[in-house]
Design a protein around this ligand. Structure first.
Ligand code: UD1
Ligand code: MG
Length: 464
């Protein structure tokens, strides 16, 4: 029954949660590694999101948060914006994790440099003489990340509620990124980038980009959320791509945390931070994916797309690997550039560009933008489209006079269908996600292998 967990689901979630609570309690008592607490909290976050998505779906519908699934024979309405549940559970999990992440420092700060046998007089603690040992700057990273993610969630709700026009909502994420950029300014302030070997004779080893670096980071935080939101429109694709990107970042984090990487390595803390932010993200996202996968029971909403993109922007920026991050966004970058003519209205852009459902075959076909007198296409643009058609980068239809009357919409989903023919919705989602994973792996390989050709060393092996 809709809105209820089945018996098997309820018992499995309960058993999993109890096991995770056990791990949490154990970690707390034994001052264990925060990674175990993070894993256990992610398990609990999965169970909570899973149950709340199921229980609150009807309430979302009643509140008008619903959407038509356009690629089905019966276009039934299902709850929209359910990613909000995941985002809220995530924020809760992140805050709950902090005592586990910092317990060891609290013990050190209040008991004399980690020596638990030395009990410090309480007056000394209150004067703050020992609390200076506490790594407040690390805590600040979590605090400001939380600030940014909570802000983007609020802005996402506004977007989903008011259905803002694309050109207006494009810049929304920039506001949410301000806490993170502010912290970067105060805490790191590093605006240097390493120069590839070939250019070093001219500009030196490092170049200080100054305020341009902040512009670059704002661009990242505008790009990541929006690029996920426009690679959308088929069941499972928004959450699916976010799960794949999170897994790829975790693989990259793993490379820095392997026993073979020299320790202490300057990047260890950054990658632990990334790990602690991404594990609960994976927990809440997998619960959402289960409900959003074909045939979808819920839609994720722009709230989720913005939130997910911002999680990646925050870990990339505060973890100092925003350039590596871009290598994991190659399909999104391609989709963004490919979409540009429609986004900037050089070519008319319909409200929805998702693939068209053919109810006769049950398969998805590329959707098209048609040009009329009200929505005309400049003849010179038409000529360019014909060239792109020849290059198999889109498909156009022309009238008897040879003028372009329609073109497939400029998204990677439609292009995939132009190349590979009509597909069932879940098949298309699987293929795109597999492509995302393989391209991301190749990106990481390039990052760590070929980097040696362009730079003098890969930072994974450096201790300085
Ligand atoms: C973005 C895209 C738009 C695409 C839409 C689909 C741009 C500039 N905008 O707009 O072209 O059509 O996402 O999400 O590229 N829907 C489905 N099946 C799905 C997912 C969504 O039918 O698997 C439909 C539902 O009616 C849902 C609606 O899309 O209610 C959500 O659209 P919304 O997220 O509001 O669109 P945008 O993000 O503005
Ligand atoms: Mg959307």
């Amino acid at each position: 029954m809709a809105g209820q967990l089945s018996n098997t689901e309820a018992w499995s979630l309960l058993a999993g949660s109890v096991a995770c609570l056990g791990v949490l309690q154990n970690t707390w008592k034994s001052n264990g590694e925060p990674i175990f607490a993070s894993l256990a909290l992610s398990g609990i976050a999965f169970a909570m999101s899973y149950s709340f998505i199921r229980w609150t779906g009807d309430a979302f519908m009643k509140a008008g948060r619903k959407g038509k699934d356009m690629s089905k024979k019966q276009q039934i309405e299902i709850p929209e914006m359910m990613g909000l549940v995941s985002a809220l559970v995530y924020l809760l999990a992140l805050i709950t994790f902090l005592p586990f992440a910092f317990k060891i420092h609290i013990v050190e700060a209040t008991s004399g440099g980690g020596n638990k046998d030395v009990v410090v007089d309480v007056t000394q603690v209150e004067t703050g003489r020992f609390l200076h040992r506490f790594p407040l700057e690390k805590l600040a990273s979590y605090g400001f990340a939380y600030g940014t993610l909570a802000t983007i969630t609020i802005l996402g709700i506004i977007d989903d509620t008011f259905d803002i026009r694309w050109r207006h909502k494009f810049f929304i994420p920039a506001f949410a990124s301000l806490p993170t950029l502010g912290l970067y300014f105060v805490d790191f302030g590093v605006t240097h980038v390493v120069v590839p070997m070939a250019l070093r004779p001219y500009v030196g080893d490092l170049v200080d980009l100054g305020s341009l670096y902040y512009l670059y980071m704002s661009a990242i935080s505008i790009f990541c959320p929006n690029s996920i939101n426009i690679l959308a429109g088929i069941n499972g694709i928004e959450v699916g791509q976010s799960v794949i990107i999170a897994i790829l970042i975790l693989i990259n984090d793993g490379l820095y945390l392997l026993p073979s990487t020299p320790y202490p390595h300057p990047a260890t803390d950054s990658h632990l931070f990334s790990l602690y932010l991404l594990l609960p993200f994976l927990g809440v996202s997998l619960a959402l994916l289960k409900h959003n996968w074909y045939p979808a029971k819920v839609f994720v909403g722009d709230t989720y797309c913005y939130f997910a993109g911002m999680v990646f922007a925050v870990v990339g920026i505060l973890g100092h690997f925003s350039k590596t991050l871009l290598l994991l966004f190659i399909p999104q970058i391609f989709n963004f550039i490919y979409s540009a003519p429609q986004l900037f209205h050089i070519v008319p852009c319909p409200r929805h560009r998702l693939p068209r459902f053919n109810s006769r075959t049950g398969l998805l076909e590329p959707s098209v933008a048609t040009f009329t007198d009200e929505k005309p296409l400049k003849p010179v643009v038409g000529e360019v489209l014909k060239v792109l058609h020849k290059l198999r980068l889109l498909r156009v239809e022309t009238n008897e006079q040879g003028a372009v009357v329609s073109t497939t919409n400029f998204t990677i989903l439609n292009l995939w269908l132009v190349w590979r023919g009509p597909k069932r919705e879940d098949r298309l989602a699987m293929e795109i996600l597999a492509m995302q994973f393989l391209v991301g792996l190749a990106g990481l390989w390039v990052r760590h292998r070929l980097a040696l050709l362009v730079f003098s060393q890969d930072n994974r092996s450096s201790i300085v």
